[in-house]
Design a protein around this ligand. Structure first.
Ligand code: ZN
Length: 410
């Protein structure tokens, strides 16, 4: 390696399903510009990749899904989300944008507990990492204080972006990731940084059916993205203090196994978390109606014949290179982007069991461009983008100060 070459270790969602790492060398060229020139360990990772036919890995997938322990989770995610949705008015901007998909938030609020794993949604399976890892967050963040605070800003922004530019299902899933982090924060042991047995009891000793906050009226965090982000952070700080003090009051009852005393205190945190969640949903819906970065649209279909078994249930992912825009197709391969800045984009589409395709598309103001892409069949592979044909990281390896955003992983 020359003085001007620096290795970059970057976990990419699809590879991380099996703890694969993307490794590249960012090499300085003349005139001080950085570019990817080598990927020395790439071949090694490729050789290690698991290639299995669908019939074989379907049971593996089932085992993975079962292996998710619910014991470590703040139990009432669905009830908190439901309570929050229950106090939004029927003409709330969030409902106008998500339509009937809004109720799915009660399930999507689990998203972040499925890191590295497929998430089941009716007939569809998708990688939760598609809604957890993106250029602004390239690694999984803890759901407990203090690290969970790092999730608020990027996931809030990404959820807003999805509401403005993607279809309701994709928007709801991104909101689900954000809800998970916000709701986890309100769990007393998460706020008070308590781990172990105490943690599990403290956050599950609650009567979920008692979580309702009517007639609470949801508040707006702010009228611009930046104001709202600040308002959101402030509200989260208040929630942390609220639940930390509940955690202190819970220490003794939990230690002596007194559920009767513990439950109403945990419930207080669940109710306050529901109020914050209502504010958050209301704010996202309100903000997403304005502040578009453009008015160009792209609509199309990714045609492919994926491998047998559960592979058929995985959607394709579409990424616009060197931007923060990406989306997933529905089960029929349809996708759409709205409110994009007019420009010429390089677009890649990929799906498990199919090869990746990259094409160029010109988006014009006030117009909807139609694009159909057929993906060539490849060997069924559990790892999406398993041939590493998509290098999303490339966008960071340019200019004079590359990859500052990405810290090395161990
Ligand atoms: Zn969690």
């Amino acid at each position: 390696m020359s003085d001007h070459a620096l290795p970059i270790w970057m976990r990419i969602g699809s590879h991380e399903d099996f703890n694969f790492y993307f490794v590249g060398l960012c090499r300085k060229r003349q005139a001080g510009s950085w570019r990817w020139t080598e990927k020395p360990i790439l071949r090694y990772a490729q050789a290690m990749s698991v290639r299995l036919p669908g019939e074989v890995w379907l049971p593996i997938l089932a085992a993975l899904l079962i292996s998710i322990g619910s014991s470590r989770a703040w139990g009432p995610h669905p009830e908190i989300t439901k309570a929050a949705l229950g106090v939004l008015t029927t003409n709330d901007a969030l409902f106008r944008q998500l339509g009937p998909i809004a109720v799915k938030l009660t399930n999507y609020a689990w998203m972040a507990d499925y890191r590295k794993l497929p998430f089941e949604d009716g007939a569809e399976l998708f990688y939760a990492d598609d809604y957890l890892l993106f250029p602004e967050v390239t690694t999984h963040l803890d759901h407990i204080l203090p690290e969970v605070k790092q999730t608020y800003r990027p996931y809030f922004k990404r959820a807003l972006q999805a509401l403005r530019t993607e279809n309701p299902v994709n928007a709801a899933r991104w909101i689900g990731s954000l809800l998970h982090f916000a709701e986890d924060t309100g769990s007393p042991p998460h706020a008070a940084q308590l781990r172990g047995d105490v943690h599990t009891k403290m956050e599950n000793w609650v009567d979920a059916e008692r979580i309702a906050i009517a007639p609470y009226s949801a508040a707006l965090f702010g009228r611009t993205d930046e104001d709202a982000l600040n308002g959101f952070n402030k509200r989260m700080d208040e929630l942390i203090e609220f639940s930390k003090s509940r955690a202190r009051r819970l220490q003794v009852p939990v230690a002596i196994g007194d559920r009767t005393t513990a439950k109403p205190i945990v419930l207080e945190s669940a109710l306050e978390t529901s109020r914050v969640t209502a504010d958050l949903l209301h704010t996202l819906g309100w903000l997403a109606q304005t502040n578009f970065s453009g008015n160009a649209s792209l609509r199309g279909r990714i045609l492919s014949q994926p491998g047998p078994g559960a592979l058929e249930r995985f959607p394709a992912k579409i990424v616009l290179h060197r931007t923060a825009f990406s989306t997933l197709t529905d089960t029929e391969g349809r996708f759409e982007f709205r409110n994009l800045p007019p420009a010429t984009y390089s677009l890649s589409a990929f799906r498990p069991g199919s090869s990746l395709i990259t094409t160029s598309v010109v988006l014009v103001a006030n117009q909807t461009v139609a694009l159909n892409v057929a993906l060539p069949r490849s060997e069924p592979n559990l790892i999406r983008n398993g041939d590493f044909k998509l290098e999303w990281a490339t966008m960071q390896c340019r200019g004079t100060r590359p990859f500052q955003k990405f810290k090395p992983e161990h």
